[in-house]
Design a protein around this ligand. Structure first.
Ligand code: GLN
Length: 451
């Protein structure tokens, strides 16, 4: 059938399930239909329509889309319409993909549940009383609820992998520098990458192949334009099961992961041993120090002059205007700005920020040594099952703890992905696969063995 029919079907589906799931901040109805028609015309005329011709993609609402609001689920950007497309969006559209809508998230991507959104909570399509994970919860939920085919999320400390795990889809965070961040609204730019989500590993790879590669607008991208393939089932992969990740997990989660590891070993001559990553005990403290430090600096630009909402400066001095406007950030964002300013302030900088950076090198050394022995490391993506909406919202520390298994890849820049591993108590469990820098092909080979 035609791209136009397919888009109409999806729009119908979106209308039906959105009242329950709330995965979208904006649905791009009209433009999506126009684009579908243009694709159909190209096909009719025998022209090249692109590698992703007609594929509907949802894009996290912190990735800029020209002419479509990009709110970061924040009051601060409630009316912001970017004058340009992020590189990833441009590349997708050049390949024929259709942006069907902008996906919900925690405000400025700070959170693990998509509850901290100005547009309301996204619900987990497998059980709408539970969180979909976050912060790319709208991305994962839209893919899981069949509202689109693939999605783009951003992953600063697990935000692609966490919701992928909770919603039983595939989510991939590439090596730092593989994908351009041009047009991604910065939260903690030394940690984050944009990443694809899909229902299968091959769907995620199709997107990765289009968006990965050097970009002159982001000088942190590495050179070249790699392509990945899933043609053969890789033989003899050496797999390390990270002990610390298993020990920290809910027994129901650990059971599913052990079973998945056993299936892997049963295949194509793979071996699996227990591996230990001792400095993981410092990872969360290091992550939340660096992420908040960078956030406090990145979010200083929201002064309500360059960006913002309608607030008359009448009757304010500069500082009081700035303070008044910034009081409109949500609770979690304010908490991060305050913690981040604290760890960077003189007297505390050495005590917290520098220590956190040292942990980063320590972790990287340890991982590099492990990747001499193993092709990939595996473990649970999330230590617990998708929990009830509201369960952790009042306790930031409890909320931060769920990121324990995902932040390691961001601190070290290594690639990591989550693939569905099974269900426990009727709820999805994701398996995390990590590989050495720029070894995405090896990571994907391991992931492919699960399909
Ligand atoms: N939950 C983590 C945080 O709040 C990760 C978020 C993300 O990856 N964007 O910082």
């Amino acid at each position: 059938f035609s791209a136009e029919e397919y888009i109409y079907q999806l729009l119908e589906r979106i209308e039906k399930v959105e009242p329950k799931v709330n995965a979208f901040v904006t649905v791009n109805n009209k433009e999506a239909i126009d684009r579908a028609r243009a694709i159909d015309k190209k096909v009719r005329d025998g022209e090249q329509a692109g590698a992703l011709a007609g594929v509907a993609v949802s894009v996290k609402d912190n990735i800029c889309t020209k002419g479509i609001k990009t709110t970061c689920a924040s009051r601060m950007l409630e009316a912001y319409v970017p004058p340009y497309d992020a590189t990833v969006v441009k590349r997708l559209q050049d390949a024929g993909a259709i942006v069907i809508g902008k996906a919900n998230l925690d405000e400025f991507a700070m959170g693990s549940t998509t509850e901290f959104s100005r547009h309301g909570t996204t619900r987990n399509p497998w059980d709408i009383s539970r969180v979909p994970g976050g912060s790319s919860g709208g991305s994962a939920a839209s893919v899981a609820a069949l509202e689109c085919t693939v999605s783009l999320g951003s992953d600063t400390g697990g935000s692609v992998r966490c919701p992928a795990s909770f919603c039983s889809v595939v989510g991939l965070k590439p090596t730092y520098g593989l994908i351009s961040r041009y047009g991604l609204v910065s939260y903690a730019n030394s940690l984050e990458q944009i990443g694809p989500l899909g229902r299968t590993v091959s769907d995620a790879v199709s997107v990765l192949n289009v968006i990965a590669g050097a970009d002159e607008n982001d000088h942190t991208t590495a050179g070249g334009k790699p392509t990945y393939s899933l043609q053969e089932r890789k033989k003899g992969l050496r797999v390390g099961l990270v002990q610390e990740f298993i020990e920290g997990a809910d027994p129901a989660v650990a059971k599913v992961i052990h079973k998945a590891a056993d299936t892997l070993v049963g295949q194509e001559g793979c071996t699996c041993e227990q591996a230990s990553l001792a400095s993981v005990q410092y990872a969360l403290a290091s992550y939340y120090t660096i992420a908040t430090a960078e956030a406090s600096s990145n979010l200083a630009r929201y002064d309500n002059v360059r960006y913002g909402f309608d607030l008359s400066p009448e009757g304010y001095e500069w500082n009081s205007y700035f303070a008044k406007a910034r009081s409109n950030f949500g609770e979690e964002v304010k908490r991060r700005i305050i913690v981040g300013s604290y760890v960077l302030s003189s007297g505390y900088y050495g005590k917290y920020y520098l220590k956190a950076q040292q942990v980063r090198s320590l972790l990287k050394r340890e991982l590099k040594a492990l990747f001499k022995k193993y092709d990939v490391l595996i473990g649970p993506t999330m230590p617990i099952l998708p929990f009830k909406i509201g369960e952790k919202i009042d306790d930031p520390l409890k909320m931060y703890l769920v990121d324990i298994d995902t932040v390691v890849a961001n601190l070290t820049g290594m690639p990591a992905m989550s693939v569905p591993a099974g269900f426990a108590d009727g709820l999805p469990v994701g398996l995390q696969i990590m590989a050495d820098e720029f070894q995405e092909q090896t990571m994907l080979d391991a992931a492919y063995l699960f399909e």
